[in-house]
Design a protein around this ligand. Structure first.
Ligand code: GLN
Length: 194
């Protein structure tokens, strides 16, 4: 059985561990390069992407992570995790760096102040059984994707789910709902990559 890590520098790590277990995956937190080396795949949680970027550098995780993603490790990022997987951020804070992995340009906090958090039904390509309940919390959207990236979902005319090869990213937080279909989709990607 493949082991899926959850990057545990910052963010909603525990919720992802629970969701992965519910999707019949073996999951554990990952903080250090030695722990990263022992997992087959990784989830990058929601949280705060500038903080996550700084902590990744501090813990010596940024380069090892870029290297694993480049060499094909399956990764799934939610919200701040989606931002970390973008090759480019539109409005980076100073010193903010991403791991990259998806040829896309991301706008942070895009869904705006007047409506910082909301839930909406989102139809996701490849997820059977009807729309998922999307929880958006100061969520980013994807401004544009390159040719290699596949748009899996849009909400209100904006891209909110993308896949490129073994890298999956959503603007919303399925780990905060009881619906584990996106984690199941990711676990399936991980098994297929193994
Ligand atoms: N706005 C946050 C950021 O820019 C993301 C919020 C979230 O992960 N819920 O990192």
């Amino acid at each position: 059985t493949p082991v899926i890590g959850v990057l545990a520098l910052q963010g909603d790590v525990r919720e992802h561990l629970v969701a992965l277990a519910a999707a019949d995956a073996v999951a554990r937190p990952v903080r250090r390069p030695e722990e990263l080396a022992e997992v087959d795949a990784l989830v990058i949680p929601g949280g705060e992407s500038t903080t996550m970027s700084k902590l990744a550098a501090l813990f010596g995780m940024a380069e090892p992570l870029r290297e694993r993603i480049r060499s094909g490790m399956p990764v799934y990022g939610t919200c701040a995790g989606l931002i970390m997987l973008a090759d480019k951020i539109l409005d980076p804070r100073s010193g903010q760096e991403t791991f990259g992995g998806i040829d896309m340009i991301v706008r942070r906090n895009a869904f705006g102040r007047q409506n910082e958090s909301f839930e909406a039904a989102v139809e996701v390509a490849g997820v059977p059984g009807g729309p998922v309940e999307g929880v958006f919390i100061r969520a980013p959207w994807v401004e544009s994707v390159g040719a290699a990236a596949e748009v899996l979902a849009e909400y209100d005319g904006h891209i909110v789910a993308v896949r490129q090869g073994n890298v999956l990213a959503t603007s919303f937080h399925p780990e905060l709902t009881g619906d584990h279909r996106l984690h199941a989709l990711f676990a399936e990607m991980v098994r297929a990559a193994g």
